[in-house]
Structure formats: C-alpha cells, structure tokens
Design a protein around this ligand. Structure first.
Ligand SMILES: Nc1nc2c(ncn2[C@@H]2O[C@H](COP(=O)(O)OP(=O)(O)OP(=O)(O)O)[C@@H](O)[C@H]2O)c(=O)[nH]1
Ligand SMILES: [Mg+2]
Length: 319
C-alpha cells in the first residue's frame, strides 16, 4: 500500500483573556484600571524530518492541542504566551485541510510551516483607559486558536519507477514482479494513483501514464512524477507493437524534461513490453532503434517468465 493515511485534529491554543481589574491597596481605595493583557495561544507548526519514515506516531494520538495563553491579571500582569508546538512529519507527507481542500507538501526540514495559528491574547482594561473613560470595566477576551481537521498522507519513496505512455503495461509488470495487485485495464489511464510493490527489499513504483502535453496538464498531468524523483532507476516501458517507438520514447522524455531535468539523468532501462503480441521482425527493429539511445534495452512479456527474470536481474545489478 503506497499511501498511509491518517486523519488528524489540531487545535492551536486559545488566547488568554485580558483582565478587568482596578488598583486596590492600602493607600489607594479606588485606583485606576490595572488589568493586564492575556498571552497568545500556542501555534502549531509542521516540519519535515528525514528521520521519521511513517505516520505511526499518530496511530493512537489523533489530536494535537497546543496550550492556551494565560489570562492577564491585576497589577498590569501580562499573561504568558503559550509555547508553540512543532510536529515532525516524514518528508513527502501531503497534508490536506478537510474543509478548505488546501494541500501542503512537507518538504522543508529547516523552516517549520505554520498550520494553525494560536488565538491572540485579549487586552486588559488598562489599555482601554482614555480621557473620556478613566475606569473602563471592559477587557477583551482572548480569541480562539485555529482548529483544523487534516488528512495526512505519506508516500513511500521507491527505488525503481515504471514509466511510459498509458497502456504500456506498467501496472501489469508491477503485478508480476511484485506482490502488488494494481488495477490493470486495456485502456489509457487505468492507473490514477501510483502503486507500489516490493521486489525483494526494493520498492517499485508504478505511476500513471504520461502523454504528450502532460507537463501542461493534459491527461493526468505530471504531479505524480514527484513519486519517482527519488528513484534510483527508471524502467521506461514501451509497447513492442508501437509503430514509432522512437517518438514514443522522446515524447515521454520531453515531458520529463519540462518537469525536472534530473529525471533525464537517472539510470534507465528501456523495456519493450508485450512482446508476445509483436512479431519477431518488429521486435528486432524496435530494439535496434531504441539501442541508439545509448541505454540498456530489454524485452518483456508478462507471460514469459524468462524475460521477467532478466529484468529482475538487471534491476538488481543497477541497484
Ligand atoms: N499480451 C500482453 N498483454 C499485456 C502485457 N502487459 C500488459 N498487457 C495488457 O495491456 C493492457 C494495459 O496494461 P496496464 O498494465 O494496465 O498498462 P499501464 O501501462 O499500467 O496503463 P495506465 O495505467 O493506463 O498507464 C492490459 O489489457 C494488459 O492486460 C503483456 O506482456 N502481454
Ligand atoms: Mg497502470
């Protein structure tokens, strides 16, 4: 399972109330207002960490509540601001606000992101003293801290990424190489979300198909390419019956380059898939064309275990 989901309730601290008090002591029977301000409630921040690999910390603790600010007191005593809370999340966690739909991606391990702002402390009555009102009985209440219901999704980082046009056979490969059971269909865009499976100890990710113009939003776009940004090896799957494998190869690479050129530099195996559907001449010709790209070219059929073993071996060598 690629995505580890957790619902999380967070509440920033409420602001402390301002005080409405008046100076009273041995010498002053009816002194002026002396109510102090309330302190601010604690903010909640998220910060990325590479030392945490899952969302296990929230399995039993699905609520995070920051402390409230302390109320102001008489003698102009200010209430203390509550401490802020910083929650560490695995890098790559996606955080969705359930009510607004806003999404943030946790990537930064240095600068915390503010996710819920604490309430402001209320002003004490001292602050409301004026020429026309020397003895205000009024003090502000602290405001409430922000409350949010969030969905946290963790995405695994894979060693191998299966890429290619829709219908190239990527999910089928994942299903025969690993224990994963992705949806497979004889139409484009069967895969809508990346799938992951384990080849030995190496996670393999199968991502949705890319089409020409994906980087400008066509098809399913390219946002899922972030799942393969950290992979060590790519397997570029091309249907062996494709009439123009060179163009197919370049189309996908072109979309890559628009997303991030780092993807172009990754070690890559070009895999001619579904060879059981192509005739020998076609396969040979396509291998020849693709070899010119200077990459290792392999062939596969999900019905031919020998080809799958060769692929596995090549992957293990590269990893
Ligand atoms: N004959 C044959 N058919 C295959 C092979 N691999 C995949 N197919 C078929 O090709 C079609 C597409 O396979 P998928 O694995 O869903 O392709 P995909 O690349 O994941 O497609 P998207 O998720 O849409 O990008 C399905 O009908 C598969 O059964 C193969 O080696 N031989
Ligand atoms: Mg698929």
């Amino acid at each position: 399972m690629l995505v580890d989901n957790i619902g999380l309730y967070i509440r920033a601290g409420n602001g402390g109330n301002g005080a409405a008090t008046f100076l009273r002591n041995g010498t002053t029977a009816k002194g002026g207002p002396d109510g102090g301000n309330g302190g601010n409630g604690g903010n909640i921040y998220f910060l990325g960490s590479t030392n945490i690999n899952d969302l296990r910390q929230f399995r039993f603790q699905k609520k995070i509540i920051a402390e409230d600010g302390i109320a102001g007191k008489h003698k102009k005593l200010f209430g203390k601001n509550a401490p802020h809370l910083t929650i560490l999340l695995p890098v790559g966690t996606r955080v969705t606000d359930s009510s607004s739909g806003n999404v943030i991606e946790i990537t930064d391990t240095v600068n915390p992101i503010l996710v819920a702002r604490g309430g402001k402390g209320g002003r004490g009555n001292t602050e409301f003293k004026s020429a026309t009102n020397q003895a205000p009985r009024y003090a502000e209440k602290g405001t409430l801290g922000e409350v949010k219901r969030l969905l946290l999704e963790l995405r695994l980082i894979a060693d191998v990424g299966l890429i290619g046009l829709p219908n190239a056979g990527k999910s089928s490969l994942l299903s025969v190489l690993t224990n994963a059971t992705p949806k497979i269909g004889n139409y484009a865009f069967t895969t809508l979300e990346p799938n992951i499976g384990m080849l030995g100890k190496h996670p393999i990710a199968d991502i949705p198909g890319l089409i020409e113009g994906a980087s400008s939003g066509r098809g399913l776009g390219v946002s899922f390419l972030r799942h393969i940004e950290k992979t060590k090896v790519l397997v570029h799957c091309i249907d062996a019956t494709d009439e123009n494998v060179e163009k197919t190869y370049e189309t996908v690479r072109e979309e890559f380059s628009k997303y991030s050129t780092s993807l172009l530099d990754k070690p890559e195996i070009i895999l001619l898939t579904k060879i059981d559907l192509a005739d020998e001449g076609q396969i040979k010709k396509n291998i020849k064309v693709l070899k010119k790209k200077g990459k290792q070219v392999l062939t596969s059929s999900i019905y031919n275990p020998e080809t799958l073993n060769l692929l596995k071996q090549s992957l293990e060598n590269l990893l």
